[in-house]
Design a protein around this ligand. Structure first.
Ligand SMILES: Nc1nc2c(ncn2[C@@H]2O[C@H](COP(=O)(O)OP(=O)(O)OP(=O)(O)O)[C@@H](O)[C@H]2O)c(=O)[nH]1
Ligand SMILES: [Mg+2]
Length: 519
């Protein structure tokens, strides 16, 4: 089973925002004491955070789908819903976040560096917050927004100062084991190392990290051997060390041609764009040559023979033996100098606790476009605000729909629709094609737009719906009318029965004993 994973696809979903609450406060002697529905809680976000204890992306390999908890609903008595907790996912230092097209979204370097993959949805407002002069007691609340969804690729790029590259069995793992406390697997068959190993080297007062990566062979850039996949681990290394095997018995190989082959493969690898927009090819980094295995007499002879040829090319050469440790001390000190020089040129960014969020879209703009599909024209509205408002609307509630129309009109959506040539009955879609809310632009909406031209609180549709609701005066009038009618009827009855004893209907009609509950 895999125990080291350096590339995974993560599907993250933020928690949904809780719905707002529509509630009316009840007090003693004042049963309708105003709207008191609270807002829903915010959904939790899915956040990546660099943790020094984590060295692999294995966890995501096992659980690639993550979602943060949702916020809870608002409640009466002005109570807000609880926020969903953020889901913090620990990633190793040097994790690169990319979108599924391969564009770099974030480069997480430094303890505590964070990236929000999927944001939680906002909670909907309760009717308390929606009350205005026009809507003193809104009979609706806003829905919570769904959390955002994102699929990202996580890639681990080991961060080391020095990288060891070379053919399989050249002795890279033996070398890192000899100069650091790392204990990688060493064996005399090719491709012993399958995942990068890291070691820390102390040379005098200088301390640096070395990465040992799987062996390269000719054609690695076309996928031969283990391919070039793992070369991303040396992208962040400032200095390259070519480990050349001087004791190989392979007739077709010698240190010089080995170096050329590896250089070609390095040149074929295209590193990712850096955050500063540059791309430093691997074969342009400072490098040194290590001629290994000089404890073998033939190897020592060969090393001495080829040394001048390398030096003629201007590279520094070290003759060493990972087995007997000969020449290693000098190597580690010279590497320390290289590392110090590279560090001075490009100081490591101290990015601890950087919080990078996805770019917030500008909420003020929207577009209205005339489109056609299957011979039918429709008008498409796109924009952060209109789309959010649609998501917040409870379409089962007429008042909530009225409120949406009001908001859209104030934003100028209706006006733009007129300009774009929309007429009553045209189809209007708000949102992305696959997930749009479709309206028929009805005359009521048209008049709505005109009526809403005035200040807030002059929504004629609302006034109309209010006039449908009986006021206290209406109720009183209705009551007296009913009583009058009843009195008349009773008077007639008495007149018939008593034959004139009760001839004045007014007496009974005004009697205080009459109350609606008694009939
Ligand atoms: N005699 C001698 N043998 C060595 C020396 N360094 C490594 N070896 C041997 O070479 C073989 C390969 O060594 P590794 O360190 O596994 O080589 P590698 O470059 O890491 O190989 P891969 O991981 O397959 O790419 C082993 O059998 C080692 O014992 C050395 O300095 N002298
Ligand atoms: Mg190895």
């Amino acid at each position: 089973m895999a125990s080291f994973v350096d590339r995974v696809v993560l599907h993250a979903t933020g928690g949904n925002g809780g719905n707002g609450c529509a509630s009316i406060r009840r007090e003693k002697f004042k049963p309708l004491a105003g709207p008191d529905g609270g807002a829903g809680g915010m959904g939790g976000s899915v956040i990546l955070r660099v943790d020094g204890q984590v060295t692999t992306l294995l966890e995501f390999h096992h659980l690639p789908h993550r979602s943060a908890p949702s916020g809870t609903q608002g409640m009466g008595d002005y109570r807000q819903g609880a926020n969903g907790e953020d889901m913090i996912l620990s990633v190793p230092d040097g994790t690169v976040v990319k979108d599924t097209d391969g564009n770099v979204l974030a480069d997480l370097v430094g303890m505590g560096a964070e990236y929000v993959v999927a944001e939680g949805g906002h909670g909907g407002l309760g009717n308390n917050a929606l009350a205005s002069k026009a809507r003193k007691a809104p009979g609706f609340a806003l829905l919570g927004e769904p959390g955002s969804e994102a699929s990202v690729v996580l890639e681990l790029k080991t961060i080391a100062d020095v990288a060891l590259v070379g053919y399989p069995s050249a002795g890279k793992s033996s070398l890192i084991a000899a100069i650091s406390a790392a204990r990688p697997k060493i064996a005399d068959y090719p491709f012993t190392t399958l995942v990068p190993n890291l070691g820390v080297v102390q040379a005098g007062s200088s301390r640096y990290t070395v990465a040992d990566v799987p062996g390269l062979i000719e054609g690695a850039s076309e996928g031969k051997g283990l391919g070039l996949e793992f070369l991303r681990h040396i992208e962040r290394c400032a200095v390259l060390v070519h480990v050349l095997d001087c004791a190989t018995l392979d007739p077709g190989r010698d240190p010089l041609s080995d170096l050329e082959v590896i250089e070609q493969e390095l040149a074929a690898y295209a590193p990712d764009l850096q955050s500063d927009g540059t791309r430093v090819p691997l074969n342009e980094r400072p490098r040194v040559v290590v001629l290994n295995k000089i404890d073998v007499p033939e190897a020592r002879d060969l090393a001495e023979l080829v040394r001048p040829e390398f030096e003629a090319r201007g590279v520094k050469v070290f003759e060493v033996s990972a087995a007997s440790h000969e020449g290693l001390k000098q190597l580690t000190y010279v590497l320390a100098e290289y590392v110090e020089r590279a560090r001075k040129l490009a100081p490591k960014p101290s990015m601890a606790r950087t919080i990078i969020r996805p770019k917030a879209a500008d909420g003020s703009e929207f577009t209205v476009q005339r489109k056609e599909s299957g011979g039918q024209t429709y008008f498409e509205i796109r924009g952060t605000k209109p789309e959010r408002w649609v998501r917040q609307t409870d379409f089962a509630n007429e008042e909530a729909i009225g409120y949406l129309a009001d908001r859209l009109a104030v934003l100028g959506v209706e006006k733009q629709l007129f300009k774009a040539g929309a007429v009553a009955g045209d189809e209007v879609r708000i949102g992305p094609e696959h997930n749009a809310v479709i309206f028929d632009w009805e005359p009521t909406l048209v008049t709505g737009a005109e009526l809403l031209g005035g200040p807030r609180g002059t929504d004629a549709r609302f006034a109309e719906s209010q006039s449908n609701r009986p006021t206290r005066g209406d109720k009183r009038r209705e009551y007296t009318e009913r009583m009058d009618a009843k009195a008349e009827a009773r008077a007639e009855l008495w007149t018939e029965r008593e034959q004139g004893i009760w001839t004045d209907p007014e007496i009974d009609a005004d009697a205080p004993v009459d109350s609606p509950s008694k009939d």
